[in-house]
Ligand binder design. Structure first.
Ligand SMILES: [Zn+2]
Ligand SMILES: [Zn+2]
Length: 272
């Protein structure tokens, strides 16, 4: 009887799904084109980037257009390097290393990745960005340990009011849920209001950011049990451009007594 009911329920479920697909055919999260079974990307090359790890709502053309940030890079600042020079340090880090010990970016800020981030930030639609994170989860689960702590780069209050959300904090929340690690948006604080970084040149960005961050007064109490150089604190942001913001956020976070690393969903090739 139970088996019969399960069979009936499965058939009904399949029928409803089939009807749903007919009325609302699935579309690619990135280009919004209807997905046909043959265009659906379901193959995995076994690398750290695994589109098959996701719900599969991305067409193969968009998957091909997503550029993964090269793994051959300077481990300190994350800049791409020729294979023979990887993992660095690069020439710049030999003389001017950033505050963080390691820097990782998942994607090049380009094509569908750029579109997904703009759609998230300007229209509040997060599905494509969540797909990108999910696709990178095999690599992220290797990089981030369950003892680690994720801290979003704090956003000026005025910009949080304007957008109604804190994008880096959302990223930390999603990652922490997947990896089962801690995250805390209250530890690293933004002080005062600064002009938008994108409106400034490279040297003006650094000057603007020098005193922009602080640790919350009670951070020691909150994370004392974690303070150890064997545990990493990850400063998380959605887009890395010149790296100045993350450098100064990392510099302030060194006072937590943990190894400080940086993670961005995407990175531009812009040099400030
Ligand atoms: Zn597409
Ligand atoms: Zn470097």
């Amino acid at each position: 009887m139970l088996v019969g009911m399960i069979k009936l329920s499965t058939k009904a479920h399949q029928w409803v799904n089939g009807l749903g697909a007919l009325l609302f055919p699935p579309v690619c999260l990135f280009c919004k084109q209807p997905l046909s079974a043959d265009a659906l990307f379901s193959d995995s090359d076994g690398s750290a980037f695994d589109p098959a790890n996701t719900a599969g709502l991305c067409c193969s053309a968009c998957v091909q257009a997503i550029h993964i940030w090269s793994h051959q890079c300077c481990v300190r600042c994350g800049t791409g390097l020729p294979a023979a020079m990887s993992p660095g340090p690069c020439g710049h880090c030999l003389t001017h290393p950033p505050a963080q010990a390691e820097t990782y970016s998942l994607y090049d800020y380009h094509g569908p990745v750029r579109d997904a981030l703009l759609e998230w930030k300007l229209q509040g639609r997060e599905a494509a960005v969540r797909w990108l994170l999910q696709a990178a989860m095999p690599r992220l689960s290797e990089m981030i340990k369950s003892d680690d702590l994720l801290l979003p780069v704090p956003m000026p209050i005025s910009r949080m009011r304007q957008h109604g959300q804190h994008h880096a904090a959302n990223m930390c929340h999603w990652l922490a849920d997947e990896i089962a690690c801690d995250w805390d948006w209250r530890v690293l604080r933004r002080i005062g209001e600064q002009p938008r970084q994108s409106a400034l040149s490279g040297s003006a960005r650094r000057k603007n950011l020098r005193k922009a961050f602080a640790l919350a007064a009670d951070y020691g109490q909150r994370w004392r049990q974690k303070s150890s150089s064997s545990i990493s604190v990850w400063i998380v942001d959605d887009i890395l451009t010149t790296g100045s913001t993350l450098h100064f956020a990392a510099k302030t976070s060194l006072r937590l007594g943990m190894t400080v690393k940086v993670l961005s969903l995407a990175r531009t090739s812009y040099k400030g």
